[in-house]
Design a binder for this molecule. Structure first.
Ligand code: NAD
Length: 248
């Protein structure tokens, strides 16, 4: 018996990093996984990895900022699996710059993917969840969203917004049996590669983490399984930090 038997999960940004590790871990617990990514090849590779290991998965290409593409993906996943019970919304981007140099276009793009995209994804499943009177939304925020981030004002603003969106969703949607929580990770992924490539930057970064090391995406995955499973049914509006103590 898996902890996610008979559960269908959609994972945005499922082609890479934390989304990929979460998708694989949830599939190993019995979930059917709709792996969604803007990069078709990445999504397909992860879905193939899951089915190759005996799990149930299908890949979808969609841009999370497009309401039409997200609605089509959710409809497709519902046709495939009969419903979408959990949305793990991991897709995100960064575009570092100091505020004095940051363009409005860069700010809007990062907010569009990281924050508006979270709203678009939630909207795509919401009518079905309200009708079913259940659903679990797992957003992904960041230490930047709590503490701000030098050189990442666009990202920090967006991730702070994700916390506010998740808390609002939790308060507003509890009456329908829907929960919303946010994962707050740090992990060695493609997104954080630039920090790891620069020894000075990495040393400074790790000096701000009490545990003084990176997590792998697989270290984060058990928390994703927890948030997707019935073990977290009484939890809503929370931020689950798996960040080596960065936000203490
Ligand atoms: N890595 C970290 O240390 C860290 C820290 C805090 C928060 N996060 C957050 O965790 C989440 C996952 O990040 P990651 O580190 O795994 O990064 P990643 O770059 O490995 O994965 C992000 C995925 O999102 C996809 N994506 C980007 N834009 C998209 C769009 N418009 N539509 C659909 N898919 C899109 C990418 O193709 C990629 O597969 C992000 O929300 C990120 O902000 C990461």
């Amino acid at each position: 018996m898996g902890r996610l038997d008979n559960v269908t999960v959609m994972v945005t940004g499922g082609g890479s990093g934390i989304g990929r590790a979460g998708a694989i871990a949830m599939a190993a617990e019995g979930a059917r996984v709709a792996v969604l990514d803007i990069d078709d090849a990445l999504a397909t590779r992860v879905a193939d990895e899951i089915t190759g290991a005996g799990g149930a998965a299908r890949a979808w290409r969609a841009d999370i900022t497009s309401p039409d593409e997200m609605t089509a993906a959710v409809d497709g996943a519902r046709d495939w699996a009969g419903g979408v019970d959990v949305l793990f919304h991991s897709a995100g981007i960064v575009a570092p710059a100091m505020l004095k140099d940051m363009t409005v276009e860069s700010f809007e793009r990062v907010v569009s993917v990281n924050l508006t995209g979270a709203f678009v994804c939630l909207k795509a499943v919401l009518p079905h969840w309200i009708e079913a009177k259940r659903g679990k939304f797992i957003g992904v925020t960041s230490p930047a969203g709590v503490r701000g981030q030098v050189g990442g004002g666009n990202y920090a603003a967006a991730k702070g917004g994700v916390i506010a969106l998740v808390k609002t969703a939790a308060a507003e949607l509890a009456r329908y049996g829907i929960t919303a929580n946010a994962l707050l990770p740090i992990a060695a992924t493609a997104m954080s590669a630039k920090v790891r490539e620069d020894p000075k930057l990495e040393e400074r970064f790790l000096s701000m983490i009490p545990l003084r090391r990176w997590a792998s995406p697989e270290d984060i995955a058990p928390s994703v399984v927890y948030l997707a499973s019935s073990d977290s049914d009484y939890m809503t509006g929370s931020i689950l930090s798996v960040d080596g103590g960065r936000t203490i």
